[in-house]
Design a protein around this ligand. Sequence first.
Ligand code: GUN
Length: 718
Amino acid sequence: MASGVRAGSVSVRPDPEPCRAQDLGLFEVVTRDGAARIGRLHTLHGSINTPMLLPVVNPNLRTIEPREMWDRYGVEALITNSYVIWKHDELRGQALADGIHALLDFPGVVVSDSGTFQSYVYGDVEVGAEEIVAFQRDIGVDIGTMLDVFGRPDMSRAELEHSVEETAARAEQSLDTAGDGLLLNGPVQGGLYDDLRAAAGSLMSSASGEHRGFAVHPIGGIVPLMERQRYRALFRILLAARSTIPPDRPIHLFGCGHPLLFPMAIALGADLFDSAAYAIFARDDRLLTPTGTVKLADVREWPAHSAALFGHTPHEVMAMDSDERSTLLAHHNLEVTQAELARCREAIRNGTIWQLAEQRSHSSPQLRDAFLWVLEQLYELADDPVGVTTLNLMASTNPVRSGGEHLSDDVGMRPHILHLHALLSMRWRVPGSWWDGSEEGPVRVVLVEGAAPPWRDSALGAVVSALVEEPRSVVMVSTPLGPIPFSLEDLSPWCHLEGPDDIWMEAYDNDEITEGLEGLGLDGLPLVRIAPSSDSEHEQTTTVRAWLDRCAVVDKLAVLCGVSPIDGCMLTDGMSSRRSRTDRMVNVHSGGEHILSPRLTDGGLTLALDGARRLNALDPNPPTAFDEPIDDEGSDHPGIPRVWLLDDAIPFVGQGRNVMQGYVLGADPHLTCGQPCLVVDGNGGLVAHGIAVTTALEMAHLKKGIAVRVRDGALKDP
Ligand code: GUN
């Protein structure tokens, strides 16, 4: 038992269950926050829940016993080096005789590397590409690594092209040698060249063997960048490589294991990390913390807590003999690493991974520089591999969130907020008719300033008065993120921005306001800035409010679901609704049918079955199949997004079961995670409606997990 580890707290975990044969090597996305995803990779020694870190275990130097990692820290998978074992006669014999799991005494998933990193450090390795894969297969590794050619960042373009091409040339042979049971890592090289990283991603992900393609794509050649804290280059590589790696392949950052980097890397789509940092830093008397590394000699009190350090002072640890000390520090480092990953996973679950990355970016100047560079990419969306990934990242966020949004200098650049603003400027339109029945264009913009949400309480009086005075007024509310239409006043995050009270009192200058209005096509209209008031004592108040309610439904259908305002108006003709105790619309009826309900948690929409039927009747066709070219007319309002279901699944989904990945034949590209969609058959007939869990691109690739969380089946027995 390692020093500082209390025997009483050790729990012994049972061995993992092997996956079903048909699931071997499949990756599913369970929950996501934009590009960050909680995933599950299925293997014969259990499933790996990602994002996670594979602790590096050197079979010659087991700083923390693999069994303890499994039992005590819940480590589901580790990584070791097959080349080190292959070179060592005794270890090799033992591994071949008893298997790698017995050699390491680890029941979970064993990943192994191939010796490429040794070739980078020592110049060459003695093993052949086929031989090292065969060895990993024969010792029973779960996920091995082919022998790739390490591409250093300082190499010439010609050398890096060679590293990409030679790695790709070895891919199919390696996959064939791996056979049916060994999953393989297909590393992506390419140095600092975006186009080479993208080409490598494409070559490696399209390689197929007799049994399957690569299970995981590690990004290689990045250790020298991390050693020199060149984080901008690191994240640039991740974005460029991801542009061509399909979403059903988890991405591993080879050699990345400092907790400081996890939130940003995960926010940009990294799933797996590996590192010996926990042990190497411990040997050097250094402690990992989520915000950096500290020297034991420099601390009087612990900068980060762990069970390993509990009950010890830095002074006492300093006085230990060096083996005992480094074992204790390695335990601490592993705990901190695991805790930061748990924090990241939790942030994905509650939609705050970007907020966490933003916070962590302040921990180091190099990381801050990298973070700001990523924000520039999100803004520019260049026509290159980095731009492809950043666009996908933004489009894969759910633009509407429940819960508070912490205000910061960078809040307006959070991907889901950029997404919401992009949808607003593309799809929102001024009303086609006004509460008094007039149908001419608007004559002015009225901006309510100095009011805090909920604006239906704080500003309703001023809004109604402005509309009574001039019915053809476009009423907007001022927010720290810019002016928004009053019709969307209960949409989160706008109404859930968290900061001191005076954030709502800020008076923006005319230029700032005009910039915000320009994006919505309102810049040519006279602007009237008004103060809020809550009382609305007009005889027309009821009529005006009914009109505002209808605007809210039409605008949300347009912005969140892509339904044209004309169709939205048709759907809501004669609508009525009840109001909640907080004065919000519930259960919207039209033509005697319950068509939808505004979601009280985030202001989005929940369709009802009759609403889904009526939306489907507007254009009863299935979307284009995944294997056919998309006829992209580029409409701002392409209609409610649809998912085309395979015939076999219709009886289940029609009864209300979720749509599973692998049963989808096509999906509209504007499908938005977290927002409503329809599920249809090959003739465009409605099967169900629900909430999209993944993007259309992901549905085209993923084979496991939920694609659409179904709210109601359309084929239920009466
Ligand atoms: N470990 C760290 N970097 C690399 C790499 O580029 N390739 C392989 N196989 N292992 C690594």
